[in-house]
Design a protein around this ligand. Structure first.
Ligand SMILES: [Cu+2]
Length: 71
């Protein structure tokens, strides 16, 4: 288990963080997913293949219209 700490740009309300959390929870490799739209941060526990899945998460955020970078 490894923790990914992200800065996430583009969130403007609680609906944004909720949609990100719902999407990231669909992955088998995510354990806990916490996203704070006011701070612009995300903390995601990844259970396996950290590097590969980190990139997949960032790509998924991009598809949802948000810009994620490793903190
Ligand atoms: Cu929003």
């Amino acid at each position: 288990m490894s923790t990914l700490n992200l800065a996430i740009e583009g969130m403007t309300c609680g609906g944004c963080s909720k949609s990100i959390i719902a999407r990231l929870n669909k992955f088998d490799f995510t354990d806990s997913v916490e996203v704070d739209w006011e701070k612009g941060t995300g903390t995601i526990a990844i259970t396996e293949n950290f590097e590969e899945n980190k990139n997949l998460i960032i790509k998924t955020l991009d598809q949802l219209g948000f810009d994620g970078t490793v903190n």
